[in-house]
Design a protein around this ligand. Sequence first.
Ligand code: TMP
Length: 253
Amino acid sequence: MAKRRKIYEGKAKILYEGPEPGTLIQYFKDDATAFNAEKHGVLQGKGVLNNRISEFIFARLGEIGVPTHFIKRLNMREQLVHALEIVPIEVVVRNIAAGSISKRLGIEEGTPLPRPIVEFYYKDDALGDPMVAEEHIITFGWAFEQEIDDMTHMALRVNDFMNGLFAAIGIRLVDFKLEFGRQYHDDHTHLLLADEISPDSCRLWDMKTGEKLDKDRFRRDLGGEIEAYQEVARRLGVLPSADIRDIAAAQDK
Ligand code: TMP
């Protein structure tokens, strides 16, 4: 592969300069981190699975009119995306209590919420991505009020769509995290859904057994992460035909 300019390396992905101005290549790594990177592991084949799962979800969202950064998948680990200015806010949507909301508010994991809850977290590793209110976002200039409204509406649309998508394959969408970025057009900006949607960024529970099919398997030392991600990919109909571990091993030689 020709040497490309690395623009940014995150915990689970790398961004390289794209073939045309305004584009980037998003490379999915096998690395997994949790608790603000205190815990690190390598799950062989995870990047290949997340690339496929995220491609599928972003493509379907694009079809229903949700603007996203996704252009096309390039190969097993990479996709071509629009270059954006990332809004430093993680938007979390919850349908069922789990994880941090259960801890913070003492709500038993698995309790259905009467309506979806949208939360904002400020993206700052050194601070451990603290939860923030709209007031903080506006006061500190992380996003404008209109952008917060747009992100909230898009997040709820994504939630409606994904609830149906996963319910149809026997999976309960507990919660998920989204990121957005700005695209500049002459005198105005426009928000697009960015980053990825995968079992790294969602909580997905099997409807019959309650089995966790997401990154909580890694966070909570349950094991079987790749099998769980493969099961999600298989049910979505996007599992590559060859064994993931063979693909990953061959690519990484
Ligand atoms: P939480 O319960 O830990 O706040 O997580 C809510 C959802 O957001 C869950 O689906 C996992 C996802 N998430 C990320 O994708 N990245 C993160 O850094 C965190 C903390 C959560």
